[in-house]
Design a protein. Structure first.
Length: 160
């Protein structure tokens, strides 16, 4: 029986998994809000996972999203967003974080590969220095043009 909710992990559980994965897996880490899942998200996460053998997705909490995107966001609450992301076959673990950035998680997990979209430069990716100092690498993924939650929200507002 499949229980995608089991992929939503506490810090203690994800640290334990990371310890087990350290020897035999190439762990990829990425993060984001992932509000209103769309093709751009799917493409990005799938490409991220294909860089390694395990994918950890750090998901901004509702409070964190509001701090980044404004009071009208997120449109979908953190539990629902986490379940949707966890349901993706190529996502191995989801963890929520409430800080402005996932720097603390990156410091603790020390992923083999840190990934963000190509709207970032490697020098501007939070935690890149930590990953590189630990022998890992930092990659950017080409984003699917025209797909963003903000674009979807604006399109919906125009229809109202």
């Amino acid at each position: 029986m499949i229980h995608t909710e089991n992929k939503i992990l506490t810090l203690e559980r994800i640290l334990s998994l990371r310890s087990k994965w350290r020897e035999s897996e190439k762990v990829v880490f990425t993060n984001g809000c992932f509000d209103l899942l769309h093709l751009g998200h799917i493409d990005y996460l799938e490409k991220s996972r294909n860089l390694g053998t395990k994918l950890i997705v750090a998901l901004n909490t509702d409070a964190s999203v509001r701090g980044l995107k404004g009071s009208e966001r997120p449109l979908v609450n953190e539990y629902a967003r986490a379940r949707v992301i966890a349901s993706l076959e190529f996502v191995d673990a989801v963890i929520l974080f409430g800080e402005e950035t996932p720097l603390d998680l990156i410091s603790l997990l020390k992923p083999d590969i840190l990934v963000k979209g190509n709207d970032y430069s490697v020098e501007n990716i939070v935690g890149a220095d930590i990953v590189l100092a630990n022998g890992g690498c930092v990659k950017t993924i080409s984003l699917v043009e025209g797909y963003s939650t903000t674009n979807l929200v604006n399109k919906i507002k125009q229809l109202m």
